[in-house]
Design a protein around this ligand. Structure first.
Ligand code: 5AD
Ligand code: SF4
Length: 461
């Protein structure tokens, strides 16, 4: 038996793609190892959304070079950097054996055979940009023992946000036919999963035979499924029908991740985001009316080319006004071939120190607001879906509230249960408390709790 190690960077799409790679490898009689030093095959599943992600992957690649030298491991790069750099990556990294894009995961066995048997260096980065694209079907057995899983509903992105490299690395939008999505959800529910997150770069423009709102409603009706989540949305196609689904179907979890990117209309226009701050706020208001208490999170970029101090302050103001549950904020990073990178000189790059100082100011405001939200939970009884044992303390359990707040608590309910937790303490990013009641038992015999932390290495940001 040969051993493999996959190092995953980036978003949920990549985490999901790594699982599909694992499935392909297990059919070739490879087994996973948590230690790259013992691997015969190392794959880096890469992200190119910001320069930092690319740098991290290059330094990891450097570390794995030693494993190749000591035991002749095969080294491959997949994901978004692979798609962006293609054969250039083989030239840049002389010890690399193969490069494959996100659309070529099904070819992995063939690629590895060519490297192993014919000693070739292989590049497979063709896009499959059409309805003929076959979404790799998840093997539900891979997910047995887990409670929550991602399900791909579409790939690619047809938007033209001027900062974003995704249209170059993930190609045009292709939706997965809805019966296929529902079959996958049903298979997952049969092995005990209670929650699914429907994922795609831009799920609101889903076109797999029914609307995205309909897809959520149908997913919520799959027996065994108690919570349905989704990510990521673009504010400009957030439909009234989707908002209505939040009003009528309580299994659609009360959390909406709605990236705004910034609080200035002028910058939004330069970003080609296609909405104004007022339009964005109007969507949120409707959403909050449909589902009071819904948690709102967002993504922000600070220091976009040409952003003035006043414009940055509009982002601070918007943060205070919306009172986000949480924000993922980044300094602008120019990406190859994107509109903003090409025009950065004309628009006026924001100096690095200014970007970093703005990011710190924004994050401080958000930390305070997040802390206010979590403090307000202290003393309350909340519903928690148990996912396994706590990462911090093996005697405790870990789970999430419907709003997606993380909870570490004293209790004995197995993964897959729903419990009531009395919240005793809070930090800005987690709640702590004790189990006071069991609401629902798992649907299948639970695994021993020691086995509930997945072997799979989580993605690095
Ligand atoms: N620079 C900084 N942040 C970026 N994002 C996307 N592209 C860039 C970039 N070039 C952020 C956006 C997006 C999130 C996934 O990453 O906020 O919503
Ligand atoms: Fe995901 Fe985008 Fe990063 Fe690719 S570039 S891994 S799609 S976040």
């Amino acid at each position: 038996m040969k051993r493999y190690f996959i190092h995953t960077f980036g978003c949920q799409m990549n985490v999901n793609d790594s699982l599909r790679m694992s499935e392909a490898l297990s059919k070739m009689s490879y087994v996973p190892t948590p230690e790259p030093e013992n691997a015969d095959l190392i794959i880096l599943n890469t992200c190119s959304i910001r320069e930092k992600a690319e740098d991290k992957m290059l330094s990891a690649l450097g570390r794995y070079r030693a494993v190749k030298a000591s035991r002749g491991a095969i080294l491959g790069v997949g994901g978004c950097v692979a798609q962006q750099e293609k054969d250039k990556l083989l030239k840049k990294v002389p010890y690399l054996d193969f490069v494959f894009g996100p659309d070529n995961i099904a070819k992995l066995p063939e690629v590895i055979s060519r490297v192993q048997d014919a000693r070739e260096r292989v590049v497979e980065t063709a896009f499959v940009d059409s309805e003929e694209y076959v979404f790799p079907r998840a093997d539900a057995e891979t997910s047995r023992g887990k409670v929550t899983e991602f399900v791909t509903v579409m790939k690619g992105c047809d938007n033209v946000c001027s900062f974003c490299v995704v249209p170059h690395t993930r190609g045009r939008e292709v939706s997965r036919a809805f019966p296929e999505v529902l079959l996958e959800v049903a298979d997952l529910a049969r092995v005990g999963l209670r929650e699914v997150t429907l994922i795609g770069q831009n799920v609101n423009s889903y076109q797999g035979g029914i609307s995205f709102a309909q897809l959520l409603l149908r997913t919520a009706e799959v027996p065994g499924i108690e919570r349905v989540r989704f990510t990521t949305s673009h504010p400009h196609d957030l439909s009234d029908e989707l908002i209505e689904a939040f009003r009528t179907q309580p299994k659609i979890a009360p959390h909406f991740h709605l990236p705004v990117q910034c609080g200035s209309d002028r910058i939004l226009k330069m970003m080609r985001r296609d909405y104004t701050v007022v339009q964005y706020l109007e969507r949120l208001e409707k959403l909050r009316a449909a589902r009071p208490g819904i948690a709102i999170t967002t993504d922000i970029i600070v220091g976009f080319p040409g952003e003035t101090e006043e414009e940055f302050e509009m982002t601070l103001q918007l943060t205070e006004q919306v009172r986000y549950d949480n924000q993922f904020s980044f300094v602008y990073s120019p990406r190859p071939k994107t509109g903003a990178a090409l025009r950065e000189k004309d628009w006026g790059p924001v100096p690095h120190e200014v970007k970093v100082a703005r990011l710190e100011r924004l994050q401080k405001v958000q930390r305070r607001i997040s802390g206010e939200y979590t403090q307000a939970q202290v003393g309350l009884d909340v519903e928690v879906m148990v996912e396994g044992r706590s990462r911090y303390d093996a005697t405790k359990r870990f789970g999430r509230t419907p709003e997606n707040r993380t909870v570490n608590f004293d209790g004995d309910a197995p993964a897959g249960s729903f419990v009531t937790v009395h919240i005793e303490r809070a930090t800005p990013n987690q709640l702590q408390g004790k189990q006071v009641a069991v609401l629902k038992e798992p649907t299948v015999a639970p695994l021993p709790v020691e086995l509930t932390v997945p072997l799979h290495v989580p993605a690095e940001a």
